[in-house]
Design a protein around this ligand. Structure first.
Ligand code: IPD
Length: 264
């Protein structure tokens, strides 16, 4: 078995267990643990507990690997591989009882920097939706037994997903971006969980996606799902404090870049 497949199996197994824990804690009732960058940016007890479980399982299985998690930060490793983890992506959905949340786990090679890393394996588990999306570099992206493929044609316009940061000061700019993109859209979705948006692009449920200010754990796994499903992912405006992630099938991705990337 290749390293990529091995890491993919491990990511899937741990995402499955972590998803079950997140779902069980949701049933018990959600307790807000803290707010982070802004009042709207929350962390629940479950985020912390789920990340601790993932970290423990990874440490036991691959003690030399590094770790970069949304809640507990970074720990360098010695193997050249880092696990990039969002224990509960879509925390606000989770807190409100909306089922669009997920556990996102990726293994990347190289410095844990999205500009340079090479993603090797990914698992995005949406336990309340009963779906686990997986990918291993060079081996495709999968939803259970079905191989995923991005959409190639959008004759009625592109069904696009996006998201907004938690800082109210950024909303006006993000809405202006939406206005620029709408002429190429058939409609727009704002699901509230970036890794799931990306998984949906991989699965052909969305034609494209764009969002400013994503953190590495929001897109590490989802971006590999898309490239393994034949799509394209770019980070644009990387010098700014809020780079933009742009993703889609080849044609939609190129059209989004024409609108959103001044350097394109
Ligand atoms: C957030 C979600 C949301 C996106 C935000 C992310 P979190 O992740 O993915 O959809 O718009 O940019 O931060 O905080 O729920 O893990």
């Amino acid at each position: 078995m290749t390293l990529e497949l091995e890491l993919g199996e491990l990511a899937t197994e741990i995402a499955r267990e972590a998803g079950a824990l997140a779902r069980a804690r949701r049933r018990d009732g959600v307790r807000l643990a803290a707010t982070k960058t802004t009042l709207a940016d929350i962390v629940t007890d479950a985020d912390r507990e789920v990340e601790a479980l993932i970290r423990e399982r990874l440490r036991a299985a691959r003690p030399d690997d590094g770790f970069l998690g949304e809640e507990s930060g970074a720990e360098p490793g010695a193997s050249g591989i880092t696990w990039v983890v969002d224990p509960i992506d879509g925390t606000v959905n989770y807190a409100y009882g909306i089922p669009a949340y997920n556990v996102s786990i990726a293994a990347v090679q190289g410095e844990p920097d999205p500009e340079t890393w090479v993603a090797l394996a990914a698992a995005v588990n949406a336990p309340a939706l009963g779906e686990i999306f997986t990918a291993a570099r060079g081996h495709g992206a999968w939803l259970e037994g079905s191989r995923l493929a991005v959409t190639e044609e959008t004759p009625a316009g592109a069904l696009l997903g996006t998201g907004f940061g938690y800082d109210p000061a950024t909303h006006e700019g993000d809405l202006a971006t939406v206005a620029r993109v709408m002429p190429m859209a058939r409609d727009l979705r704002r699901m509230g969980a970036a890794a799931l948006d990306l998984a949906y692009v991989a699965a052909g449920r969305l034609d494209g996606y764009f969002e400013r200010g994503l953190r590495p754990w929001d897109h590490a796994a989802g971006a590999l799902l898309i490239t393994e499903a034949g799509g394209c992912v770019s980070r644009v405006d990387v010098e700014s404090t809020r780079p933009m992630l742009v993703a889609g099938g080849r044609d939609v991705h190129a059209r989004l870049l024409d609108i959103l990337d001044p350097k394109h």
